[in-house]
Write a protein that binds this ligand. Structure first.
Ligand code: FES
Length: 610
């Protein structure tokens, strides 16, 4: 796990480093393509002047009589039409490298040094602009305009629009360079392009070598990360679309429709993603035998199917939706009439349990006891009508939270709303829901579903469809489970936790990290505390974003608590995460757990706003 984290962290930082330089390369490369080359050379106002004289007009002193010091090289040069011997005693391979040389008058044989006046004349002769030339200055390296130059130079500053500077050889007065603002810009781009951040004047330096290694590591960590992602199931290789279209016949209505879903999902999941629900009370675990469908093609028979379906059914082509992949079937028949039922529910209790959340308990009017997998939800049919902007029965101790909300009513159309069940089916014959009163501070509207349901009184009825199961605990008994929720997102998590401990006597480790604003906003606090006291394998970590001074538990957001929890180390391949709460919290939590390497098939989410 640590290695995985180190690999991804390293890859991210290397991407930043390499990516930034890549941007610089692209930017400077574009500049080199678009720049005006003649301007950027700095030689826009440079002219070449001729200083040679007539050799027959002079009587030269023989070189051997000039000095006893043995030179590497001697040249006859002309400066302002006068002949001079240029003795080079010690020189590097390149002209810009350090060297030792002297000038001698070729006629008198005496050592000769250029005067400032002569240097100024030479500079003037090389310049065709209008600018005024300042007095020459003999400068020592380094030069910002000529970083590689290691020899002293005469520097003549010109007062012109482009800030020209003329550089001349300190001994011979030869004009070496005209530098101006265009040239300096090109020089800067050059440094950036060759990563010459240390002004070395070349590109053969340690930074380039370090960069080459960084790029190599970027590739290695990238490939390693890809392999890890693939192993964790986060990367699926597929050519083209990985969706599969299946023709579904609804035998109860005698209608046919094409359902498209992820080819890797089970038939049960694939259908559910298109809101076609096969019956299920084991949530896809293969133990309830309810998710039956008829396949037109012969499918292999699994152990679970042998156990739950008769020989005759198997022969006819009936199979279980949780046992086969969507990619295995092409046309199937389902009887959804059996699975999706409308129920008339009667309110048997309604009670504020936090400042904004009401607990509503219903019984099925027909007396039927519904079987469902913990974590299921029901679909309520809210009729059109008038609702209140705020409840009429706020308990006195919660009144302070409602002071800023207006009184009044608003009209609305009929809507469908989904709410998760708080209990599991064998816990009671009642169906319990937490309804958070969705409020609008401007007072013009409240949540249609929440204000309608929260206003229902004991004895009143409402029609609901379901329960539907698409968020439930797996049948894996060797797993560790971490539940993360906030606000009324606790409902399905509570149902699953209670079902696991009370119905399935689950022995694995379970942790609930639950976020709320204040102590008063904590749902089922006492119940969860005593559950954790009674069950050593269950820990309850309530976290408050705005706690009172007396609060001794965690404060802040669940994301932070989760991060601290993960630091202690988790077994990535044997931990499942169950998430329910506000969208932003869910996506941040998902990012955190994905970053530590939890595969997507171990993350289960119940979208808060269904
Ligand atoms: S056997 Fe229960 S959902 Fe398939």
């Amino acid at each position: 796990m640590r290695l995985f984290k180190l690999n991804t962290t390293l890859h991210k930082w290397l991407s930043l480093f390499v990516g930034l330089q890549l941007l610089i390369w692209l930017g400077t490369g574009l500049y080199f393509n678009l720049m005006d080359h003649s301007k950027a050379s700095g030689n826009e106002l440079r002219v070449h002047s001729h200083h040679e004289g007539n050799i027959t007009d002079f009587i030269f002193t023989p070189i051997k009589d000039i000095t006893s010091e043995a030179p590497q090289e001697v040249k006859l040069i002309w400066i302002l039409h006068q002949p001079y011997y240029h003795f080079v005693f010690d020189k590097g391979q390149h002209s810009y490298q350090e060297r030792h040389s002297k000038l001698f008058d070729a006629v008198t044989g005496k050592p000769f040094n250029l005067s400032e006046e002569q240097v100024l004349t030479l500079a003037k002769n090389s310049y065709s602009g209008e600018g005024k030339l300042a007095t020459p200055v003999l400068s020592q390296p380094p030069f910002s305009d000529h970083v590689r130059q290691q020899n002293p130079m005469w520097q003549v500053v010109v007062e012109d629009e482009n800030n020209t500077t003329i550089y001349l050889d300190s001994i011979t007065g030869q004009v070496l360079r005209h530098a101006n603002d265009d040239f300096r810009l090109k020089d800067l781009m050059m440094k950036l392009h060759f990563m010459d951040y240390g002004n070395s004047g070349g590109f053969n330096h340690w930074l380039i070598i370090a960069f080459a290694f960084a790029t190599l590591f970027l590739s290695v960590t990238g490939v390693t990360w890809l392999i890890q992602q693939y192993q964790n199931g986060l990367l699926k290789l597929s050519w083209g679309s990985n969706r599969q279209k299946v023709s579904v016949t609804f035998s109860n209505e005698n209608t046919i429709a094409d359902v498209s879903a992820d080819a890797n999902s089970t038939v049960l999941e694939g259908l559910a993603s298109s809101h076609v629900y096969l019956s299920s009370s084991c949530g896809g675990g293969g133990t309830c035998g309810k998710c039956m469908f008829l396949s037109s093609t012969q499918l292999p028979i699994t152990l679970s199917e042998q156990e739950h379906l008769s020989d005759e059914q198997l022969k006819e082509g009936y199979r279980l939706g949780c046992q086969h992949r969507f990619s295995e079937v092409s046309s199937i028949e389902v009887n959804t009439d059996l699975n999706i039922e409308y129920h008339e529910l009667v309110v048997v209790a309604t009670n504020f349990i936090t400042p904004f959340i009401k607990e509503l308990k219903f019984k099925v009017k027909s007396g039927k006891r519904l079987a469902f997998k913990a974590g299921a939800y029901m679909q309520f049919e809210v009729p059109a009508g008038m609702n209140s902007l705020r409840p009429d029965d706020i308990p006195e101790n919660y009144e302070k939270y409602w002071e800023s909300y207006s009184h009044g009513r608003f009209s609305h159309d009929g809507v469908i709303r989904h709410y998760s069940l708080v209990n599991f089916d064998e816990e009671s014959d009642e169906l319990t829901f937490n309804i958070r009163w969705q409020t609008a501070k401007d007072g013009f509207r409240a949540g249609i579903g929440s204000s309608y349901l929260s206003s229902l009184q004991v004895g009143e009825t409402i029609t609901a469809k379901g329960p539907f199961s698409d968020f439930y605990a797996t049948s894996n008994k060797k797993v560790r489970r971490i539940f993360i929720g906030a606000g009324s997102g606790l409902a399905p998590l509570r149902a699953i936790i209670f079902e696991q401990l009370k119905k399935h006597h689950f022995q694995g480790d379970m942790t609930l990290i639950y976020g709320a604003r204040t102590e008063e906003h904590l749902l089922y606090r006492d119940e969860l505390n005593s559950l954790s006291e009674q069950n050593k394998n269950f820990s309850y970590i309530p976290t408050l974003s705005n706690p009172s001074e007396q609060w001794e538990g965690h404060s802040g957001y669940v994301q932070q608590v989760l991060l601290n929890h993960l630091v202690k180390g988790i077994q990535a391949f044997s931990t499942e995460f169950y998430l329910c709460g506000p969208e932003a919290m869910m996506s941040e939590v998902e990012q955190i757990i994905t970053d530590v390497g939890i595969p997507s098939n171990q993350i289960f989410k119940d979208k808060f706003s269904r």
